[in-house]
Design a protein around this ligand. Structure first.
Ligand SMILES: Cc1cc2nc3c(=O)[nH]c(=O)nc-3n(C[C@H](O)[C@H](O)[C@H](O)COP(=O)(O)OP(=O)(O)OC[C@H]3O[C@@H](n4cnc5c(N)ncnc54)[C@H](O)[C@@H]3O)c2cc1C
Length: 288
């Protein structure tokens, strides 16, 4: 299908983009990589009267180290994440996750900021961001605020972003040396969204779990942290029994919707299996 007509704006600076968004209000949409928005426009599920293209905003690009954080511009593409030497060495979980997103065509255009802002429970970055304890910089006419990923995803296509706000930067604390990590994703074929996926970061100390974060994709109305599973592991060794209990706790927190990828029971079981695999791999990569 063909989208309804719209006016197209290409701001050159962030203040210009913020002003355009505030001028047009609810009838405008920001355009990043377009790989979620344009399909929705073609299906007439989104019918913006104005598209504000963020593609020329150099300040929304790039990956850099700042103290104990990595800061990533919202317009950084999946491929730029994958090719980043800084991320490969300091934060490989995000690289592992981005590599599993769709296909090369989507990864060349799709952006980290777009993937997060869209609020799709099937997108992979929300769970990765929860596992990495990321925070997001949101800029609007009343200034800038920094919000944690935990609490940002409110529901399907709903986030903490207020109308008129732009996600400009993603901040990720550099994981402690020796941390384990894994993104385990089950999908039916290349280019498909997850049937279920689990993101894990893990730090061991003296043979037991000192810190763990577990977040799940596409098994509820939004990505979420499996806090019961995390609590069940703290202070314990990682072995078959503790992993099985964590997977059980993660499954108990799932509320998937049945669709072509499977029924509720199957998706819940796969969320448990992805949790089990992600924990086992994260443990094998952690220093302990
Ligand atoms: C065939 C196919 C398969 C896919 N498979 C996967 C997958 O397996 N995993 C996955 O994670 N994704 C998948 N995607 C989605 C893809 O990763 C999208 O690129 C991503 O969801 C949105 O990023 P974008 O840059 O394309 O944003 P756009 O489509 O341009 O925008 C998406 C939404 O976010 C808003 N927005 C964008 N940037 C900002 C910003 N900086 N601040 C505020 N709002 C903003 C837009 O207004 C729009 O509402 C798939 C897409 C396709 C077409």
């Amino acid at each position: 299908m063909i989208p309804r007509p719209f006016d197209y704006y290409v701001p050159r600076t962030l203040p210009e983009a913020v002003a355009l968004l505030s001028e047009h209000g609810d009838t405008a949409k920001l355009l990043a990589g377009g790989h979620s928005l344009l399909p929705m426009m073609k299906l007439r599920m989104a019918e913006p009267s104005q598209l504000i293209d963020l593609g020329k905003l150099a300040e929304l690009k790039g990956i850099r180290e700042a103290g104990n954080e990595i800061r990533i511009g919202a317009m950084t593409t999946e491929n730029e994440l994958i090719w980043s030497g800084l991320l490969q060495t300091q934060c490989p979980l995000i690289v592992e996750g981005a590599r599993q997103i769709s296909d090369p065509q989507v990864r060349y255009r799709g952006t980290l900021g777009g993937d997060i802002s869209h609020g799709d429970p099937g997108n992979d970055h929300p769970a990765l961001m929860l596992a990495l304890d990321a925070s997001f910089v949101l800029v609007g006419t009343s200034g800038e605020r920094v919000v944690p990923a935990d609490g940002f995803f409110l529901g399907t296509y709903m986030t903490l972003l207020e109308p008129g706000e732009i996600l400009t930067e993603i901040r990720i604390p550099i994981p402690a040396a020796g941390s384990g990590y894994c993104y385990a994703k089950l999908k039916r074929k290349t280019g498909d969204f997850a049937t279920a996926a689990a993101a894990v970061t893990l730090r061991m100390s003296g043979g037991t779990v000192a810190d763990v974060r577990i977040a799940l994709t596409n098994v509820a109305e939004t990505a979420f942290r499996a806090t019961g599973a995390e609590r069940s592991l703290l202070g314990k060794p990682i072995d078959e029994q503790t992993i099985a209990e964590a997977a059980r706790q993660a499954m108990a927190a799932c509320a998937p919707v049945a669709d072509l990828r499977g029924d509720v029971e199957y998706k819940t079981a796969m969320a448990g299996e992805m949790t089990r695999r992600a924990l086992a791999t994260a443990f094998s990569r952690a220093v302990h």
